[in-house]
Design a protein around this ligand. Structure first.
Ligand SMILES: Cc1ncc(COP(=O)(O)O)c(C=O)c1O
Length: 352
């Protein structure tokens, strides 16, 4: 007898299949570890968090900082354990019998993982050969009653390209359906829909500290939307979902945002350098990126290159599952040393 929900019986648990190597360029992490520079401030704030309590003023202080950063009132903001947990809550709040979400494909795989975890299914609009899509097609697929949400990852993971803001605004304007814009990588391009939140009550924006704020291990993300939407999503959020310790670390990080914003500039410079260098290598074609990663192909030799890099201690991400990204792999931009090492190894392999 199977004791759990029937639809879980043949589902796999979410597993991030990457090999652990000396040089991790596979998970779009940030090479900067914030701890050494912010050690004193981290220690100070932690000393003032009473762990025997549920409530602490750190929550209001963090919300206040996010308000400054986003330009929106605290009631527009919902905080969670990484963007992933907020996806889970959002899907839970939307899941009716037969409901599904519409996402682009290829896009962030966990829209599918978490929606199916809560019993909601996914449908897709496939990107064209330029990794783009027509808004009319998206709008049409959003129409059926059971479609509860449209999801646009912008810039898109794993292709790395940015969809135009006017395209997304046109979608928001022409549908009553909720549209989630995942801005996990927004700081690497500076393009955001946040200035449209007050105008479009169907817009939801998702952000994370995992990428630009160099805090993937911290697990902090936030969702931004009209207060009425936040109120509804909040109905499925567990009490005290976000540890005071996470909030304390996030507060120190955002109070020191200049360190991270400067680091983002450096990553963007490195991305330009790696892109140009990859382009110069015979038979390598990189996709223009607005993020902290570059997806590229080495044609027929892609899989062998992937294995070769792995043997040299460099982990990349295989993103070739979708036909539009056949023979593509994704490299996360790291520090100068890792990037040089990676480029040299690619050159060496491609010379043979
Ligand atoms: C597009 C996108 N959204 C959300 C996430 C999840 O972010 P978090 O680490 O905050 O859960 C990622 C992580 O890679 C991502 O690429």
């Amino acid at each position: 007898m199977y004791r759990f929900r029937q639809d879980l019986q043949h589902k796999e648990a979410v597993k991030i299949a990457v090999s652990h190597q000396k040089v991790m360029m596979c998970l779009n992490e940030n090479p900067l570890n914030p701890y050494p520079e912010l050690k004193e401030e981290f220690h100070q704030i932690l000393a003032n968090i009473p762990l025997n309590r549920y409530f602490n003023k750190v929550t209001q202080e963090l919300k206040h900082e996010l308000t400054e950063y986003t330009g929106l009132d605290p009631n527009y903001i919902l905080m969670g354990n990484g963007a992933d947990e907020l996806l889970y809550y959002l899907f839970t709040s939307l899941n009716d019998p037969n409901s599904y979400l519409l996402s682009l494909a290829p896009s962030y795989f966990d829209y599918t993982s978490y929606s199916s975890a809560v019993g909601m299914s996914s449908r897709y609009l496939h990107l064209d050969q330029n990794f783009n899509f027509e808004e009319e097609n998206f709008l049409q697929l959003l129409q059926p009653r059971d479609c509860k949400l449209g999801v646009i990852c912008n810039p898109n993971n794993p292709t790395g390209n940015l969809f135009s803001k006017s395209k997304i605004v046109n979608i928001l304007k022409n549908t009553d359906k909720l549209v989630l814009v995942d801005e996990a990588y927004f700081e690497f391009c500076g393009v955001s829909l946040i200035d449209q939140v007050e105008k479009y009550s169907n817009l939801i924006i998702l952000r994370t500290f995992s990428k630009s704020f160099a805090a993937a291990g911290l697990r902090f993300g936030y969702l931004i939307s009209n207060p009425d939407n936040i109120k509804e999503i909040n109905k499925v959020v567990t009490a005290f979902n976000l540890s005071l310790l996470i909030q304390a670390f996030a507060l120190v990080i955002i109070r020191n945002k200049e360190i991270f914003l400067k680091n983002i500039d450096e990553i963007v410079q490195e991305r330009k350098y790696v892109f140009a260098a990859l382009k110069k290598i015979d038979k390598i074609t990189p996709i223009n990126s607005s993020t902290n990663f570059i997806t590229f192909t080495a044609g027929e030799r892609t899989r062998k290159l992937f294995e070769y890099l792995q043997n040299q201690g460099i982990a990349l991400r295989a993103v070739w599952q979708h036909p539009v990204l056949e023979n593509h792999i994704r490299v996360t931009i790291s520090n100068k040393k890792d990037n040089k090492f990676f480029l040299q190894e690619v050159k060496d392999f491609m010379k043979e």
